[in-house]
Design a protein around this ligand. Structure first.
Ligand code: R5P
Length: 227
């Protein structure tokens, strides 16, 4: 069985009738959206908010009711993937470029559930290039400031052009190799004018991490088992 699918489907068990659900982005989060869609078809009542245009389209396709942010009083649970998860459950996210909307939704969720396969587990973050969303204005200057923090960085490309996020911004992929203190690095990145958000998601905001393994088993790296 696909380990990403396994983790995503087990996270959907935490969604209850009447909840407002945050929908993540990426291949793992897509499994969760599809599984939620099946539950909705079977009678589950939820409303959802999506962290990307792609996830919004997928949710619509699966008959999940989407709600406007202005009408939201709370987000009960968000299910999303990650590119790396360290031993403390800090994350790198944004491999698909959705980190800003993902972070806003995760930050405002009572429960943020991360679903990954075992390949995402690392001792120290940083082998995966850290995505940083930056505004297009004077992007070269912002890149220079990011480089001063000790990384190699370049603007993400797609089909021979700059990749543009759902928010009209660019992504600087920053190769740190080893991120020893994610909190400090996150603070330093956020101080640079031109930076909108970093792909570092710090552990206090990560409530549950579910890891799927290729042999069909699951491991709860963080959080309590469902009662
Ligand atoms: O911007 C994309 C997101 O942060 C994804 O959740 C992350 O890249 C993991 O994606 P996947 O589940 O496809 O490995």
């Amino acid at each position: 069985m696909d380990a990403k699918k396994l983790a995503a489907e087990s996270a959907v068990e935490y969604v209850e009738d009447g909840m407002t659900v945050g929908l993540g982005t990426g291949s793992t989060a897509s499994w969760a959206i599809k599984a939620l869609g099946e539950k909705v078809k079977a009678g589950l009542h939820i409303q959802a908010v999506a962290s990307s245009v792609a996830s919004e389209d997928l949710a619509k396709q699966y008959g999940i009711q989407l709600t406007d942010f202005s009408e939201l009083s709370r987000i009960d649970v968000t299910i999303d993937g990650a590119d790396e998860v360290d031993a403390q459950c800090n994350l790198i996210k944004g491999g698909g470029g959705a980190l800003l909307r993902e972070k806003i939704i995760a930050y405002n969720s009572s429960q943020f559930i991360v679903v990954v396969d075992e390949s995402k587990l690392v001792r120290t973050l940083g082998k995966f290039p850290l995505p940083v969303e930056i505004v297009p204005f004077a992007a070269e200057l912002t890149l220079k400031q990011l480089k001063n923090l000790g990384c190699e960085t370049s603007i993400r490309q797609k089909d021979g052009k700059n990749f543009v996020t759902d928010n009209g911004n660019l992504i600087a992929d920053c190769f740190f190799n080893q991120i020893e203190v994610p909190e400090l690095l996150n603070n330093s990145i956020l101080l640079i004018p031109g930076v909108v958000e970093s792909g570092l998601f710090l552990h206090p905001k990560v409530h549950r991490v579910i890891v799927g393994y290729a042999d069909g088993t699951l491991h709860l790296l963080k959080g309590d088992k469902k009662k």
